[in-house]
Design a protein around this ligand. Structure first.
Ligand code: ZN
Length: 163
């Protein structure tokens, strides 16, 4: 495991999440789940959510790989409880903006995720930081399509402006 040269404070936050990842307890029932793989680094992640009354009631993240990918998945697990699906998407978009060096929308509190901003200086590791989030976004989109069109399987992929 190689951790890029992060500032000491950020490094501590990332290592804490890496050593004791949140969200490892299996969910009994998942409304949304997906698996992601980052071939560049070998990171793997499985993300699952369950909703209750339109809000995230449980999060499970099983990650294997480098410290950055595992820590990012752990932060995801920690942040999502109680959020509506649209808020989850907003948080994911804000974190992507942070990692791409773009302005983060006002009113979004990234919390521990800020600690990963130092990874921007190591472009090949940005995918590690985003893996859990892009995996989650894909799962949410598929779930929302399923809800919008009950009984219809989604055979067409509508991937508009992916960056
Ligand atoms: Zn990685």
């Amino acid at each position: 495991m190689q951790l890029p040269e992060l500032d000491d404070l950020y490094r501590e936050v990332v290592l804490d999440h890496y050593r004791s990842p949140r969200g490892r307890a299996p969910l009994e029932h998942a409304d949304v789940h997906n698996e992601g793989f980052n071939p560049v680094c070998g990171d793997e992640v499985r993300v699952a959510l369950c909703f209750d009354a339109g809000r995230v009631a449980g999060v499970e993240v099983q990650g294997r790989g480098c410290s950055i990918s595992v820590a990012s998945g752990s932060m995801l697990a920690e942040r999502l409880a109680g959020l509506a699906a649209a808020e989850v998407e907003g948080l994911a978009a804000a974190f992507k903006a942070l990692m791409h060096g773009e302005p983060v929308p006002d009113g979004v509190d990234l919390g521990d995720l800020e600690a990963l901003s130092g990874v921007r200086r190591f472009p090949v590791r940005i995918k590690c930081a985003l893996l859990a989030w892009t995996t989650l976004e894909d799962a949410l989109r598929a779930w929302q399509r399923g809800q919008a069109e009950p009984g219809r399987s989604s055979t067409t992929e509508d991937e508009g402006e992916r960056s």
